[in-house]
Ligand binder design. Structure first.
Ligand code: FES
Length: 99
């Protein structure tokens, strides 16, 4: 099992099986990562892997439509496109704070 820490949700933690989809865990455990489409189209689920980027899978082509190389270098991913195989911490910008 792996542990995901939802930093922006007061550091709430959830456990999940290895290789879990990050957005699915967030939905199931009320982690709070923003989303709309769940399918790699809208970009709403942009989030930052604060710790454990090495525990995420390879970047998908759909992510490259919304995120730049600088974003990836800073740890950003799209939660609906990211699978997790070890402990991570994740943060995001709340929807109310986005323009
Ligand atoms: S929720 Fe729309 S791209 Fe992830």
């Amino acid at each position: 099992m792996i542990t995901i820490t939802f930093v922006t949700n007061d550091g709430k933690t959830a456990t999940a099986p290895d290789n879990s989809n990050l957005l699915r865990v967030s939905l199931r455990e009320k982690g709070g990562i923003p989303f709309k489409c769940g399918g790699g189209i809208c970009g709403t689920c942009k989030c930052k892997i604060e710790d454990g980027i090495e525990n995420t899978d390879t970047i998908k082509p759909k992510e490259r439509k919304h995120l730049t190389e600088a974003d990836f270098a800073a740890g950003y991913r799209m939660a609906c496109q990211t699978f997790v195989n070890g402990d991570i911490s994740v943060s995001w910008i709340p929807l109310a704070d986005r323009r």
